[in-house]
Design a protein around this ligand. Sequence first.
Ligand code: ADP
Length: 275
Amino acid sequence: MATDPLQKTTPAPADAEPDAPGDLVRFDHVVKRFGDHTVLDRLDFSVQRGEHVTLIGPSGSGKTTILRLLMTLERVSDGVIWVDGQPLSHMPGPDGRLRPADEKHLRQVRKKIGMVFQQFNLFPNMKVLQNITEAPVNVLGLGREEAEQRARELLDLVGLADKVDAHPSQLSGGQQQRVAIARALAMRPEILLLDEVTSALDPELVAGVLDLLREIAHTTDITMLCVTHEMNFARDISDQVMMFDSGKVIESGAPDKIFGDPDHERTRSFLSAVL
Ligand code: ADP
């Protein structure tokens, strides 16, 4: 990497505490700035192992930035992100104090995390099977045969067993997104990040992808963080819903509470606009 934006950031305090037992993800006073625009302002929240958390809120409130920070596609400006007891954004230095993470550390922690994007982001020049086996072989060091067997099982799970040899351009948007979901799961992530995964789909393809994600949510113990505007889906799969506004969680709770009896006027007005 040519530049390291973390060089300019304040190191986390030496006394930053790792997760409480059960926390798989913890944001500890996380700040993210783009230039002089503070997108996340000392954000604190935690996600328990196995929990399904949905982030809702108006466009521009910082939801996608949270997923991108977890995927290490962005770096924190201040504060610490913890994943499974390890600092994601930082690493312990020789003096025991936390310092900005280097690429090697990021690669290690990132293995625990899979992400599905709005725009699928499949490798266009690779067949479906290779899209799914590429990272397990090259990042996890799996044998090709084992990776292919797992890819076929996942393609079966997402209903595309007959598309192993297709190229992404030969698939519908819904099918491409199913491949992207299979690709994320192939890394056996502990955490699956879903960023508005149906927003780019034609309306008739949305339900199929959401049903697949419901099945994954209800039949696996994978921890999920999901940014979505599909409120019925959020209600179905979430243990916790977090309502964001201007880079802050303004309220969070069980879906029945947030969708049925929110405390904040801002949540009420947002929900009445999207429901
Ligand atoms: P949401 O997902 O809630 O719509 P985002 O996290 O995508 O919000 O964006 C939050 C804010 O951060 C927006 O104002 C957006 O313009 C800004 N932002 C996101 N990424 C960048 C970037 N790479 N450079 C500059 N500003 C950005």
